[in-house]
Design a protein around this ligand. Structure first.
Ligand code: PHE
Length: 360
């Protein structure tokens, strides 16, 4: 062989150097740089291959065969080692990424809805299923929307400072809303007719703080205004709500009452679902839930006073409506068998856990 072309002994060395370099490589990266060195463009074997063309014609065949065989040996050595290193890398990764499923973990308690929030959701769902919408209004409300727009006279006793919490400065005539009914007027002034809305929310009155009264409590208001609505629609709607909340055999009754913004007005009672009326006139079996009266006061309701609709610019010859507002805190007390309203306000987690079965 002529100058620049390796002889057989040199080819053997070239092959064995490549083989030992490949077997020494233990990662894919190392193997790759070994490949460049021993099979790449400027490797000895590549140079030898390129040298063949310069040989005298009669030498080319032998040299070509020898160099080709050497190159094949190097390529095979590389492929064999590559397979080994890949398997080893996968195995190493499986070991390093293994998760020990038996390690103990720290359990964090998951939160839960406050019983009141959960009840609001349930009540609103009953109405959403009938196509009603949920509306809201501010807790700091204009006295006008809370009272005047709802047909309360200027001297109505509910406005007195002893019942209503006024916000400073008093000449702004802003109060903490005493009921969710101002959202009736807000809705009539902003939404297109017909209107079917429920309003969950907090209300405020200057009440004592005791087992059955909170100065902040919760109401669910409802308002429907459409063509031809009346008392029968109101009764049907409230019956449906009562059955959905307290069971299919729940009965309701309406008692005549007075509210300035409904006419006629009524209070709605639900038949006591604890004693089912059996405690009435039966001192041997008193009922704490209904105080042996057989009925539980639930809320106020009535046909919307046309004056309220007129104040919102609605044609009372065409449209009429009904409205209702119930206390929700007492409903939670009945539903969850809680005896002291103060528990709802004090945020003691043991109370919520007990009611909601919260995981620890
Ligand atoms: N807002 C009334 C209350 O707080 C309840 C009510 C609402 C009555 C809607 C009639 C219509 O007592």
């Amino acid at each position: 062989m002529s100058e620049g072309i390796p002889n057989l002994a040199e080819l053997e060395r070239i092959v064995s150097e490549a083989q030992s370099r490949f077997s020494a490589a233990s990662t894919i990266d190392e193997l790759r740089s070994a490949k460049t060195a021993h099979l790449g463009e400027s490797s000895e074997i590549a140079l030898a291959n390129r040298g063949i063309a310069a040989l005298p014609r009669e030498d080319r065949k032998d040299a070509g065969q020898a160099i080709g065989a050497a190159r094949a040996a190097i390529t095979a050595a590389f492929a064999a080692r590559e397979a080994q290193v890949e398997v080893a890398e996968i195995e190493a990764r499986l070991v390093s990424e293994a998760v020990d499923m038996t390690l103990p973990v720290t359990m964090h308690p998951v939160g839960a809805l406050h019983p009141l929030t959960a009840l609001f959701y349930d009540m609103c769902d009953v109405f959403i299923a009938m196509g009603w919408e949920v509306a809201e209004g501010p807790e700091a409300e204009a006295e006008w929307l809370n009272f005047d727009a709802l047909n309360f006279t200027p001297e109505h006793p509910a406005r007195f400072l002893s019942d209503t919490l006024f916000l400073d400065p008093i000449q702004d005539r802003r109060i903490l809303r005493t009921h969710t009914s101002p959202v009736q007027m807000r809705t009539l002034l902003t939404r297109e007719l017909p209107v079917y809305i429920v309003v969950p929310g907090k209300v405020y009155r200057a009440d004592e703080y005791d087992a059955t009264h909170l100065p902040v409590f919760h109401q669910l208001e409802g308002l429907a205004v459409d063509k031809g609505l009346g008392m029968a629609d109101l009764k049907g709607t409230l019956d449906h709500l009562a059955k959905a909340m307290f069971g299919a055999d729940t009965r309701t009754r309406l008692r005549p009452h007075y509210f300035p913004f409904t006419e006629p007005s009524a209070e709605i009672d639900i038949a006591c679902f604890v004693c089912h009326g059996e405690s009435v006139g039966n001192p041997a079996r008193p009922c704490r839930t209904c105080r042996s009266e057989g009925w539980i006061e639930w809320g106020g309701c009535g046909v919307v006073n046309p004056r309220v609709l007129a104040a919102a610019g609605i044609d009372t010859d065409v449209y009429s409506g009904f409205a209702f507002g119930m206390g929700v805190d007492r409903t939670v007390m009945f539903r969850n068998n809680a005896s002291d309203l103060r528990d709802f306000a004090e945020g003691d987690q043991r109370f919520a856990r007990q009611l909601m079965g919260v995981a620890r």
